[in-house]
Write a protein that binds this ligand. Structure first.
Ligand code: G4P
Length: 532
């Protein structure tokens, strides 16, 4: 018992979010270096090769391979056991990216100091807000020309709707980057370009110095000293206090400035992050909250990854442990299937290597062999205590294609392939209201999924398809249960559809049409995501 409690207490599980190129991989790599999990920078992924938008399967496989191997990383640091969940951000941006956030207890948002808030950060951020999880901001690349830090903070506040509190404050940027001022400790952390920092050694020493110390001029120059004193006065006077309660409810984001590439400000960030975050918190189930320290094991599936190897058509289901301890070979109940089972080949993924594990605790992520029985959102728990976690929302796809089957004789394979791939959560399928599976509307979050769909149907199910782009950009679930969609007053380019579970939805070509629909049908309630 003491073991269970201390193991769970030392766990921290967070997701890293960013727009591509902001420095997520570099930062992750530095974290891993601190944890001793990797010994060389550059080990996390073969970066450049993964960047090109190609529909070639080998490339897709490579990309997917990368997102599998680096999707969950665990390392130990100063007594903590840290799980980092990577959110795929490049061309394979998909629902998986969103779902990963469902399994995290907090998020680290990496922002490029020269660019500020970018599109994908915005999208991911919305999902964080949905869950009220703490969000920490790392403003990266201060060793390059950067935007004014006050502007960056204002942009985060205005664009993302979260208040900010800088934990440290930059002194200059680019060639003139002198370091950061730690507001809590009242210390300067000096930046020394071209030192040994990049390899993970702690070459930078924090120098404790009052802001009015004359010797500070020697360290950062008088102009920087004066500017810093002004900035700090402004922040102390007008900025938000670092209220941990607000941080823990995702209302206030602690902001850190640094440079991941030169390994500057990364360790202080990690330390403050660990100080401010909590161990796994209770998770909502249909019968109330489940305490992570509960001795009974429970978990939910948040991601399913198909095996890309043709010879092994199995899948891996990733689950987040919500309570208790997992032991290899233990008997569990798959609640949705109402079946007792043993979880096969539990694995944990560390950088490039998969490792079979024998135990894991609340807060951890495990990947288990899935013979095709799990769906996203399913609960797995100790058989003696049946619980059901709240479902994972289905996020609104943004791209839509009409999919025709080329050879109608292969209807069975077509339906099987489409439904299995949809079950994995890579695509969403819709039909005309009251329609069948003749022509299917497929919705995806990232367009790469269309290529994946076409390739997989051909290679795994031997089915050829033809796809036709549709002009829709927005999808909304109709929340009113007793409303007949046919009776709605809609613009002629709005389409009424249903999903496989019978939920009714509307497809719109513009935001303007959504407003029109709501104005002309006062009773209509629309949702951007569905919980069932
Ligand atoms: P991502 O995972 O968010 O997509 O970003 P990634 O870490 O791959 O970083 C994107 C590029 O930005 C990389 O350069 C990386 O070296 C660089 N970078 C990351 N952090 C910093 C920083 O603090 N300062 C500076 N100056 N650059 C930074 P690249 O040339 O695109 O790739 P590579 O050849 O270095 O791998």
């Amino acid at each position: 018992m003491a073991d269970l409690k201390s193991e769970i207490t030392r766990r921290r599980t967070f997701a890293i979010i960013s727009h591509p190129d902001a420095g997520k991989t570099t930062l992750t790599e530095k974290f891993l270096l601190y944890g001793g999990a990797i010994s060389l920078a550059g080990a996390v992924k073969g970066k450049k090769s993964a960047r090109h938008a190609v529909s070639d399967w080998m490339e897709i496989e490579k990309q997917r391979g990368i997102s599998v191997t680096s999707s969950v990383m665990q390392f130990n640091y100063e007594g903590f056991c840290i799980n980092i969940l990577d959110t795929p951000g490049h061309q394979d941006f998909s629902e998986d990216t969103y779902r990963t956030l469902m399994a995290a207890d907090s998020a680290v948002m990496v922002i490029d100091a020269s660019k500020g808030v970018e599109n994908q950060t915005r999208k991911l951020f919305k999902v964080c807000l949905l869950r009220d999880i703490p969000i920490f901001t790392f403003i990266n690349k201060m060793d390059r020309e950067a935007r004014d830090p006050f502007d960056l903070m204002e942009e985060i506040e205005n664009e993302l709707g979260i208040r900010t509190c800088p934990v440290n404050w930059p002194i200059g940027c680019g060639k003139e980057f002198k370091g950061v001022y730690d507001r809590r400790k009242g210390e300067i952390l000096a930046f020394q370009a071209n030192s040994e920092q990049a390899n993970g050694q702690k070459a930078v020493k924090a120098i404790e110095m009052e802001l009015d110390d004359e010797n500070l001029d020697d360290l950062i120059g008088s102009a920087h000293r004066e500017k810093l004193a002004e900035d700090i006065e402004l922040l102390d006077g007008a900025g938000d206090d670092l209220d941990l309660e607000q941080v823990r409810h995702g209302k206030l984001s602690p902001v850190f400035f640094g440079s991941a590439l030169t390994n500057f400000g990364v360790e202080p960030f990690l330390e403050e992050f660990l100080r401010m975050t909590t161990p796994p918190l209770p998770r909502k189930s249909e019968d109330g909250e489940v305490d992570p320290f509960d001795t009974d094991f429970s978990a939910f599936v948040f991601k399913i990854q198909a095996n890309m190897n043709k010879a092994h058509r199995d899948r891996i289901a990733f689950m987040r442990i919500c309570s208790g301890k997992f032991e290899k070979g233990m008997e569990v109940l798959h609640v949705q299937g109402n079946k007792k089972m043993k979880l096969l080949q539990p694995q944990q993924l560390m950088a490039q290597d998969r490792e079979i594990i024998s135990e894991a605790y609340a807060g951890d992520i495990i990947g288990v062999f899935d013979p095709g029985i799990f769906s996203i959102g399913d609960t797995i728990c100790a058989p003696k205590r049946k619980i059901k976690f709240e479902g994972i929302p289905t996020f609104a796809p943004e791209h839509f294609n009409l999919v025709h089957q080329v050879d109608t004789m292969k209807r069975k394979q077509f339906v099987k392939g489409m439904t299995q791939i949809a079950q994995e959560g890579a695509i969403q399928i819709f039909q005309e209201l009251g329609g069948g599976m003749e022509d299917v509307i497929v919705g995806v979050v990232g367009t790469l999924q269309f290529d994946v769909l076409e390739y997989r149907l051909k290679n795994e199910y031997n089915v050829d398809i033809r796809m036709e782009g549709l002009p829709y950009q927005y999808i909304r679930w109709i929340e009113n249960e007793d409303l007949d969609p046919k009776k709605l007053n809609l613009t002629s380019d709005t389409k009424r559809i249903q999903d496989l579970k019978g939920n009714r939805l509307l497809l719109f070509t513009s935001e303007w049409n959504i407003t029109w629909a709501l104005e002309h049908n006062p009773e209509l309630r629309l949702a951007e995501f569905s919980r069932n």
